[in-house]
Each structure stands twice: as C-alpha cells, then as structure tokens.
Write a protein that binds this ligand. Structure first.
Ligand code: SF4
Length: 188
C-alpha cells in the first residue's frame, strides 16, 4: 500500500482497490517515513516560491527598509494606533473614530470623551437646525466613539471572563470498543 501510493497511485483509488469503506482505513495502512515528510515539505516550499514573484526574495534597498520602518511611525494617531497593513491605504479617509482598524490608546480616553460629547452636541444642533443631511453621518461617528470607549473599558477590566465549567466523567456505560466514553462527554 505504502509503495503503491508513494509511486503515484491516488489514495482514493487505493481505497477502492482494497475494498475499504473509508479513506481513513486505507491511510491507516500507509506508512509515512521521515524522508517522505521532508521531501513533501521541500516540494511545498518550492511550489510556494515558484508561485510568488521572485523580487520578494531579494534584500530590500535602503529606501524600502526606511519606508517600512516609517510605516510604523506613521501609524500613530491622536487617539491610538492605526493597525492597517504595510503599504495599504487608509480605508476611512482618516476618520479614525469610525474605523475598525484603530487600536484606541487608554491614555487618550479624555480626548475620546471630548470627541463623543462634541458629537452629541453637534447631532442635537443639526436636528434643531434641520440639517438632517449631517445627522446620519454624525450618528455613525458617535457609534464609533462609543464603541472605542467600550473597547477601552473591556481592556481595562481585563476582558470578560467566560466560565466554561469543568469537564466531568459520565457514569460508566458500555461503549463499543471499550473505554468509559470520556472523550464524548466533556461538557461545559
Ligand atoms: S481611519 Fe483607520 S485606516 Fe485610516 S488612519 Fe485611521 S485607523 Fe488607520
């Protein structure tokens, strides 16, 4: 079986030839040698390298390296850190309060509260003055500011712990193939 598969016989064909109901049964007869593992890994790396542009495997120039480091400097914004990937554009035109990529800085909580209060006041003013075209956008920003404040609170409290309970062993039963069924009875 091992030799047939290693010489190119597809495992699912070997399964049919052997009359096995499950491919798992067939593969249970297939030995995997260390050399085979190494060869398969090398072949995977070679395929992966062939699929990627060769310029990705060269040493970066000084300018490229500086641009890479500068990217991390430029990710610092007034209310936290922008988490966008290197070389990717800002998706929200620097409206960081609304952006899911912003990691808010707890030290800037006061600034964020000011922004939130200002948005509340601007929504009230827009509604009073009948500037209904602005209200919807301001509400989106307000929801973003409140979400960032809630994020800070969750981090400050160490997150919300979820009690998963303790596994327990079910009463002894007659399981096919023996055992006490422990693997099937881990409950929360
Ligand atoms: S809007 Fe989002 S992507 Fe743009 S700078 Fe702010 S956090 Fe980064």
């Amino acid at each position: 079986m091992t030799e047939a598969i290693m010489n190119g016989l597809p495992p699912h064909i070997a399964q049919v030839l052997c009359g096995h109901r499950s491919l798992d049964t067939t593969m249970g007869y297939k030995a995997i040698y260390p050399a085979e593992t190494i060869e398969a890994h090398r072949a995977f790396i070679a395929r992966r390298r062939a699929a990627r542009p060769s310029e990705e495997y060269r040493t970066p120039t000084e300018e490229e390296w500086d641009a890479f480091l500068a990217h991390f400097e430029k990710r610092k914004v007034s209310i936290g850190t922008c988490g966008r990937a290197f070389s990717s554009p800002c998706v929200h035109e620097h409206a960081c309060v609304r952006c899911s990529l912003l990691r808010p800085d707890p030290a800037q909580r006061g600034r964020l509260e000011e922004i939130r209060d200002n948005l509340v006041a601007r929504i009230a003013e827009a509604e009073r003055e009948g500037w209904l075209g602005e209200v919807e956008g301001l509400r989106v920003s307000l929801a973003g500011a409140e979400d960032k404040l809630a994020h800070m609170d969750r981090r400050a409290s160490g997150g919300t712990a979820i009690d998963l309970g303790m596994p327990r062993i079910a009463p002894a039963q007659n399981y096919p193939g023996g055992g006490n069924g422990f693997a099937d009875t881990i409950t929360g």
